[in-house]
Design a binder for this molecule. Structure first.
Ligand SMILES: Nc1ncnc2c1ncn2[C@@H]1O[C@H](COP(=O)(O)OP(=O)(O)O)[C@@H](O)[C@H]1O
Ligand SMILES: [Mg+2]
Length: 239
């Protein structure tokens, strides 16, 4: 296999005196969708926060595209080609949809390229185009999640990291967001996501990592994890 695009090795993280990751390993290859699943508090968000410089790693390494980015400050990560969709559909509520997207291209100094990037997001999400002049705060939850994802695409990233993209959305929008993630993959994007909706996430994932209390518990293809009785019992409500 080729070198992974992202490689996390033996990652340990503490909040103050409390250690929450105890040597987590994870790889994402070019063109994959990879999911991190696990119960609340397992450390899923902490893994991705350590990758993007929001929490420091005590031990271990994060390598992106052959470059050691362990403990790189958060502000350099987007310029390396890694963007982040935080949990909770965080958008600038007072700003229009179009201006929210522009904010995602803060590193792009060429206004023509910024406009092209906005157009590309509008093609991906026609609903955002329809609502481009409205304040983002007026959008439904699902539309705000599309906007948050669209904003993360503005820099044409090599890896998009999403924290709980389906959380709190109505079933219709859960379907729509997962369909959009698959569409992004088919366009060659690489995605790493954290999802509490483990069954849905594994269905569309090339690989999954099930965490338990800051440790890797199960790793495998999405299909293998879905078929694994222990994974089903522990992570999928026994279904
Ligand atoms: N900012 C923080 N300060 C202290 N403890 C935290 C902080 N963020 C998360 N934790 C703790 O770290 C553990 C892992 O949290 P998190 O990575 O958010 O888990 P998950 O995303 O899997 O729900 C939990 O026990 C949580 O309470
Ligand atoms: Mg979380």
């Amino acid at each position: 296999m080729t070198e992974p695009l992202l490689s996390i090795r033996d990652l340990e993280v503490s909040y103050g005196a409390v250690q929450v990751l105890f040597g987590v390993n994870l790889e994402v290859h070019q063109g994959e969708i990879v999911s991190i699943i696990g119960p609340n508090g397992a450390g899923k968000s902490t893994v991705i926060k350590a990758v993007i410089g929001l929490v420091p790693a005590q031990r271990g390494s994060v390598v992106f595209d052959g470059l050691d980015i362990t403990n790189s400050p958060a502000h350099v990560i987007p310029s390396l080609g890694v963007t982040y969709v935080p949990q909770g559909r965080i958008v600038f509520a007072q700003m229009t949809v179009a201006d929210n997207l522009e904010m995602g291209a803060f590193l792009q100094r060429d206004p023509r390229k910024r406009r092209e990037a906005v157009q590309a997001v509008f093609e991906q999400f026609p609903r955002l185009h329809e609502r481009r002049h409205q304040p983002a705060g007026k959008l439904s939850g699902g539309e705000q999640q599309m906007l948050a994802i669209g904003r993360a695409l503005m820099l044409n990233p090599r890896l998009v990291i999403l924290d709980e993209p389906s959380l709190g959305l109505s079933p219709k929008y859960v379907d729509l967001i997962f369909d959009q993630l698959l569409a992004l993959k088919s366009q060659g994007r690489t995605l790493l996501m954290v999802e509490q909706n483990a069954a849905r996430a594994l269905e569309l994932s090339d690989r999954g990592y099930a965490l338990e209390l800051g440790h890797n518990r199960f790793t495998g293809s999405g299909a293998d994890l879905l078929a694994n009785p222990d994974v089903r019992r522990m992570y999928l409500g026994g279904a």
